[in-house]
Design a protein around this ligand. Structure first.
Ligand SMILES: Nc1nc2c([nH]c(=O)n2[C@H]2C[C@H](O)[C@@H](COP(=O)(O)OP(=O)(O)OP(=O)(O)O)O2)c(=O)[nH]1
Length: 150
């Protein structure tokens, strides 16, 4: 079986809004929006990787809540898993310290206002369903017709 490396993405929610981050690199991903996070290192748990990545990339003190069911293929050998997360009391506000040049807190009606990475669209849609965000919003996203049962 081929090697598979998990990338953890955070569905960081605060005050009913989801944080989206605009990548500044590499060039083929720059300008597109993603869930902040990164690669799980050998010997590290996914939720620990998430907390570490959010500290490094955004300067926040966060905690992982639970995993959104599912897994989405990225460029081989990477696969994306999503965890819901929240800021711990007293955490600094997120800043685009590394890998990103802009952050946006998206209210439910604004989720599809940003140009998500193509491979993130199904993951974001599933995350909204998991969070109980209105189905009417999720079905208005790009390519909604391609996701049976979403
Ligand atoms: N963090 C994150 N990465 C994503 C998403 N969607 C997506 O295709 N990717 C890709 C971009 C990268 O090729 C890879 C993760 O790389 P990264 O640069 O965020 O990870 P990292 O911080 O651990 O990177 P590094 O230490 O190797 O620089 O997954 C997403 O929603 N979040």
């Amino acid at each position: 079986m081929s090697e598979r490396i998990v990338v953890v993405g955070a569905a960081l929610v605060d005050d009913g809004r989801l944080l989206a981050a605009r990548r500044s690199a590499p060039v083929e991903l720059a300008g597109r929006w993603e869930l902040p996070g990164g690669k799980v290192e050998p010997g590290e748990t996914a939720d620990a990787a998430l907390v570490r990545e959010l500290r490094e990339e955004l300067g926040v003190d966060a905690e992982a809540d639970g995993r959104v069911p599912g897994e989405w293929p990225l460029k081989s050998p990477y696969v994306l898993q999503v965890w819901t997360a929240r800021l711990r009391p007293g955490s600094a506000a997120p800043e685009p310290l590394e890998d990103h040049d802009e952050l946006r807190w998206l209210a439910p009606g604004e989720i599809w206002d940003v140009n998500w990475l193509d491979q993130d669209v199904p993951a974001v849609r599933r995350t909204l369903a998991h969070l109980g965000v209105a189905e009417g919003l999720t079905s208005s996203g790009p390519g909604a017709e391609e996701v049976p049962g979403a």
